[in-house]
Design a binder for this molecule. Structure first.
Ligand code: SR1
Ligand code: MG
Length: 389
């Protein structure tokens, strides 16, 4: 039949036809699309005992419409990423019930009993002790398993080949790692930040450091990444009294530098901290880099003795982790900046009564992280940068 864009009214027959839903008379569907890229539908039986989510990639960027075409094949990358994570961290992703490559649609667990981390933080919640630790573990488990430490050399080459995702990588190379530093029609910012946006575009030292991070993003095939690990890609909650953390939306997945995943999460944590500071609702925001980095490092070191290639010695592990740390700090800086003067902004800042003061502080922090990433040696030194503006 070929690719067709699904509407809410199509979902019952779609799920029934693919064997996911037995009773066509007992299904209610609503669209809950929220991200920039795709459409998401929730299907639920009247008594709520059966529910599923359907996520479909459109042939364009959802928030831009057909004027920004984008191959729906990004859903293939997402399905592949979920398959990889399911092997090593199945407790940290939604259950995937099926992938339909013809319609670029995933059928997956309904997570509407959980909350998007960003939404909770914006409402004034704290992170708690589990969330960032699970994220750090998630990054370690996925990246160790898909690095040259977790896979045989030939298998890794095959993974790199099958994970190539040129269009989605180009989005990141452009909207995160270039456009905010040049004149570009995608860019926009709060009127009170015009001076800083101009200053950043004129900052040649900053441009060179971003170029370095951009080139690393393009060339450093360390491990399979989530590729867009911001707080809107994390759901949290409780199930049967136990804390639950689920990472979703890995459509930007590709084999790249591990620091990109950690850096994105850190940037979003640092921005949420500036929001809380502005509102006087600071709680455990300042602990999140440390919690996620410690969990990442602990898990990566725990897995190290299982490495497939023991030519990589323990001293190399220390050097490799140091490189990931430094690059994470730099990518955190680029993520902060693009979220304030680039294409896609954060509700953490845009929903503040006056977004400018917190946004200005965040921009200044982002620049420092990029320029001084080699000197910032640990989470508390990054925290000091955050407190200095
Ligand atoms: C055109 S897409 C802009 C952003 O949305 C996605 O969530 C990624 O973060 C991307 O950079
Ligand atoms: Mg997304």
């Amino acid at each position: 039949m070929g690719y067709r864009i699904l509407e809410p009214a199509d979902i019952p027959a779609y799920l029934h036809g693919r064997g996911h839903w037995p009773d066509l008379a007992d299904i209610q569907v609503r669209e809950v699309s929220d991200g920039n890229m795709n459409r998401v539908f929730l299907a639920r039986s009247a008594d709520g005992t059966r529910s599923l989510a359907v996520k479909q990639a459109l042939p364009w960027v959802r928030v831009a419409g057909p004027s920004w075409p984008m191959s729906p094949e990004r859903a293939d990358a997402e399905a592949r990423a979920y398959e990889q994570v399911a092997k090593v961290a199945p407790d940290k992703i939604p259950a995937i019930h099926g992938y339909d490559p013809e319609n670029y649609a995933l059928v997956m667990e309904d997570m509407s009993d959980l909350e998007v981390l960003r939404t909770l933080l914006n409402e004034g919640a704290s992170y708690g002790p589990h969330t960032s630790a699970r994220i750090g573990e998630f990054v370690a488990q996925l990246t160790f398993a898909t690095s040259d430490f977790g896979m045989a050399s030939a298998d890794r080459k095959a993974l790199i080949a099958t994970s190539v995702s040129p269009e989605l990588c180009k989005i990141t190379e452009d909207v995160v790692l270039a456009e905010p530093y040049i004149e570009h029609e995608h860019n926009h910012w709060h009127a009170d930040l015009t001076d800083l946006a101009a200053e950043f575009r004129a900052d040649t030292a900053l441009r060179t450091e971003v170029a370095d991070l951009r080139h690393t993003f393009m060339t450093s095939a360390q491990a399979l990444l989530h590729g867009d690990l911001h707080t809107g890609s994390v759901m949290v909650g409780d199930r049967e009294g136990a804390p639950v953390v689920r990472v979703f939306d890995p459509e930007f997945s590709f084999v790249g530098p591990i620091g990109y995943d950690l850096g994105l999460y850190w940037a979003n944590a640092l921005v949420s901290e500036q929001r809380a500071r502005e509102l006087g609702t600071l709680t455990d925001h300042a602990d999140q880099l440390s919690l996620s980095w410690q969990a990442f490092e602990t898990e990566f070191r725990r897995l190290w003795p299982t490495r497939t290639d023991t030519f990589f010695d323990d001293a190399y592990l220390d050097r490799f982790l140091r490189r990931i740390w430094t690059e994470s700090v730099g990518y955190a800086g680029t993520e902060i900046i693009r979220r304030i003067i680039g294409f896609a902004h954060l509700t953490d800042l845009t929903t503040l009564p006056n977004p400018a003061p917190a946004s200005r502080r965040a921009l200044l922090i982002g620049r420092q992280l990029i320029l001084h990433r080699e000197e910032l040696k640990n989470p508390s030194e990054v925290g000091t940068v955050g407190e200095s503006f």
